[in-house]
Structures are given as C-alpha cells and as structure tokens.
Design a protein around this ligand. Sequence first.
Ligand code: PDD
Length: 285
Amino acid sequence: MSRIAYVNGRYLPMRDAKVHIEDRGYQFGDGVYEVCEVREGRIVDERRHMARLVRSLGELRIRTPMSLAALGIVLREVLARNRIGYGIVYLQITRGVARRDHAFPPPQVAPSIVVTARGLNQARNAALAGNGIAVISVPDNRWGRVDIKTIGLLPNVLARQTAIDRGARDAWFVDRDGTVTEGASSNAWIITQAGTVVTHPADHAILRGITRAVLFDAIKARGLAVEERAFTLEEAYAAREAFVTAATQIVLPVVSIDGRRIGDGKPGPIATALRAEFHRYAEVG
Ligand code: PDD
C-alpha cells in the first residue's frame, strides 16, 4: 500500500506529493510544523498541539490556512488513508510559493500545507525505553527563538548526527552559561539526588514541549517536587536520573551523558514510572 500525503487540498500517493521549488519552506525554512503521537488511530493532545501551531504561525505572521476543525479532519483522513494505529502525524505549514525574495510575499499568497503520517514500531520504542539512551552535549548555536516550532532545524540535524557519529542517540544543547537547554528534538530533564525533577524554564531558549506540559501533571500527581530552572551539565552528570520527552517517544530514560553513567547506568525508576503513567494525563481525541 502506497503512503498517502495531503498536499494543499489533495490526498496523493507519496511519489506524487510534491511542493514547488519556490516554496518558502524549501527556500528559507520559512514555515512551522507539529508532530503528534497517534495511539489506536487517535491523535494524542491534538488541542495543545494545535494551540502551539497557532502560536508559532502568529509569531511568524503566517496566516492559518484553514480552521482547526478542518485541519483536524485532514489529520484524521491522512491517518485513516495510511491505516495508522500507532505512529505519528506530521503537519507542516509554510509561507507559500513566491518568487525568491527575503521579504514576505504579498498577502494573497496562500500558505502551503502538507500532512503525512507514519507508523512506528511500538515494541522497538518500548525496547529503547527499556534500555535507555546515551546522549552527548553540544554547544547550543541555534537562533534566539527556538520556542517557535519552525522547520529551520539545521543545528538540530547536525547535533543529532554528531550524537550518532559518537555512538549516542541524542544530543543535549548547552548554552554559553553551561546550562542544558534541551535535546536536538526533545526536552531534557534530570532528577537530582534529592529527588527533585528539574527541567529548563519554558522561555525563548527551548521549545515548550507538549509532552513536557502534560508530564508536569503526572509528576505532580506522584507528589514529586518539580522545578523549572536552568541546570548545568555538571549537575546533569551528577543526577540520579535523566530523561528526555517528545511526542515521538514520550519519556525516554537517559543512561549516560558524554559517556558518564547516570545513576546506576540503567533507566531510572521514576522516569520509567512516568513513561508508564503518561497517557493517563494526555488528551486523546
Ligand atoms: N520534536 N524540543 C525540540 C527541539 C523538539 O524538536 C521537540 C519535538 C521537543 C518536544 O516537544 P513535544 O513534546 O511537543 O513533541 C522539544 C518533534 C517530535 C520532532 O521534531 O520530530
């Protein structure tokens, strides 16, 4: 069965799903995206993802191309046509097609919209979480508004590839103050020796992860102390547990950072429990 994508009003087999070479996403990375987890064919936390999408579009002054209700129908149609049970749905909106010019095109230029979906291997994801992952640290050399979920991800791409080249799975960005901001495609967390769960504040230096937001509810329900504050790489090395969060992997324990073992080098019990409990706190539409 060929995969089906939605491209500007049409559902097309992947091989025919094309965008114009003067699309501003292609030319400038001038667009935004969202990735939602799909379980049993249903979208997890759609409302929050759509709210973040609207915010990202607003920050870049890109028009929302259709109502959120219509967008929800498109997302579901793509999932149905691809028969996705467990996986992800990807949505990208760019400023549209116009002759290359850095300045915004005239307002009548319609944004471009693409939706794809992909099945993920649940057993493989569970095994990954069961083993935990290695991460490395890299300098955070991104722009100052990574709270906007733009498709301009070159530093993230390079960071992830550096991690892979060094035999790790993910990279953690570290800013000039030695503070861990977030992962290449995830939010970064530690649990201190005192048992406090710590993650970077949701300012302009990180993406305000939806998984991150929902996890606060799970953490609070467990009665754990939680702090949104900057933490250093040194503090992370000394942590009792570490983990990352993202829609594609929910909670993924980190067992080493820069080759240094975290805790006893196995997935931590709190991270593992939070992973198991997460969907109780998520919204499923
Ligand atoms: N990335 N930080 C960055 C830089 C990310 O790219 C992501 C997600 C997150 C976590 O956000 P959320 O919990 O809303 O997925 C944090 C997606 C999954 C991606 O690029 O594929």
